[in-house]
Design a protein around this ligand. Structure first.
Ligand code: SF4
Length: 413
């Protein structure tokens, strides 16, 4: 290649404020866990977090903990402990690393936040199968282990057109959850309180969308590898004023950068779409690698999955059902393909990279011919790299980088 040189990752100034609100969040969870009040709910990333927040729970997200295990490169220490009790290394490595860490009584939260000794103890576990079945098995394990009630939403998957009966079924299930959750939280359900939380989630999601859209500029002010860190508040603090305030600050910084043509990648030559999960243990490494290739990863399925256009405080329950169902992972192959096509067009990408994550077929969209079809229709090349979200045994760095370099050479040609 000859072009490769090391370039430092540019700092996003707002990040200091993000670290502060994330730290406040984890200390609040820890206090609630120690004092027994407010009650702690564990929830899957998409929800129904809004319902739980409206009932006064503080909400903890095991998937976020899984991502921490990945990014701190400790996941592989823990996966064998889950395998030893019968959980296959081929299933979700968030699940196996998280359960393994629990068995070994360790958490990266202790290293990040002084005085936090463990993940917060749950009073209830609430999952939504809209993303996969693994979350149900994951939460059921904790329910048996900790003797804590588990509740769940079962969502149809592989949906093309969203029908009224899909949404009605989810609304019914959410309504069924309310009485047991009221009992656990000690607070009565209040539709106006739910409206306020949904309004905050909507504001957060709209700001997050605008943050991502700053990357329609060329050069793009933020890379995919920045964005997956910056999405932390959209995942764990959705429904709070803190997340809304944070994204206003971040948006201003990125809009200024876009105007000043201050790109995340100096001398941006190529723009890529990243489909699939991040490889959490290799974020910095890959960020630097793409900078050295003067290639910006400007848009991704993953970061866009936290845009919930459906939220509407005027009709909170139905709009939650719509928001949780509209997202990419729930949809059929044609809808997913059209979504990637539109994004590739909107962000003017030169190529699409698919990450085939060994332990997450749900987020690996390359397995049924989609890259080939998109290449044909869009006239741009696609590349598949093999890896995993957390299990680095599935990722060959040398092979991935050789393939990416060859892909960039193809773009040059
Ligand atoms: S969608 Fe994939 S990464 Fe997320 S919980 Fe399910 S299997 Fe794990």
């Amino acid at each position: 290649m000859g072009e490769e040189k090391t370039v430092a990752i540019k700092k996003i100034q707002a990040s200091g404020q993000m670290r502060k609100i994330m730290s406040d969040y984890f200390y609040a969870l820890n206090r609630a866990s120690e004092e027994g009040h407010p009650k702690v709910a564990w929830c899957t990333s998409v929800g129904p977090a809004e319902l739980l927040l409206s009932l006064g729970f503080v909400v903890y997200y095991p998937e976020n903990h899984g991502a921490m295990l990945g990014s701190t490169r400790t996941a592989n220490t823990y996966i064998p402990a889950a395998s030893a009790i019968g959980y296959s290394p081929d299933i979700c490595s968030y699940l196996t690393s998280d359960i393994g860490a629990y068995i070994k009584k360790e958490t990266p939260l202790s290293r990040a936040y002084e005085g936090v000794c463990s993940v917060p103890k749950p009073d209830v576990l609430v999952f939504n199968t809209n993303q996969c079945r693994d979350v149900q098995d994951w939460f059921n394990w904790y329910s048996r282990e900790l003797k804590v009630p588990v509740l769940g939403l079962s969502t149809c998957r592989g949906i093309g057109k969203i029908r009224a009966d899909h949404l009605r079924s989810i609304v019914d299930q959410i309504e069924d959850m309310i009485p047991p959750l009221e009992k656990i939280s000690g607070q009565a359900f209040d539709i106006d309180r739910l409206r306020s939380v949904v309004a905050l989630s909507k504001e957060c999601t709209e700001l997050w969308k605008r943050v991502l859209e700053t990357n329609m500029s060329s050069p793009a002010p933020m890379s995919f590898f920045d964005a997956i860190i910056q999405m932390g508040p959209a995942v764990v603090l959705r429904g709070s004023q803190a997340a809304v305030d944070y994204y206003k600050v971040l948006l201003k910084e990125l809009e200024d950068r876009a105007v000043q043509k201050d790109g995340a990648v100096e001398g941006e030559r190529f723009r890529l779409y990243w489909d699939g999960m991040p490889i959490w243990g290799k974020l910095r490494d890959l960020a630097e690698f793409f900078i050295s290739l003067r290639t910006a990863v400007v848009v991704s399925t993953y970061c866009n999955s936290w845009i919930f256009d459906g939220f509407d405080p005027a009709d909170p329950l139905m709009s939650m059902a719509r928001a949780y169902t509209e997202i990419f992972i729930v949809r059929d192959e044609n809808t997913k393909e059209r979504s990637i096509e539109q994004m590739a067009d909107k962000y003017e990408v030169d190529g699409i990279l698919f990450h085939d994550a060994k332990t997450c077929p749900n987020n690996s969209n390359n397995r049924y011919g989609m890259p080939e079809r998109l290449t044909q229709r869009l006239g741009i090349p696609t590349l598949v790299i093999n890896g995993d979200l957390n299990d680095l045994r599935c990722y060959s760095e040398e092979q991935a980088k050789t393939n990416i370099e060859a892909f960039i050479e193809q773009l040059e040609a």
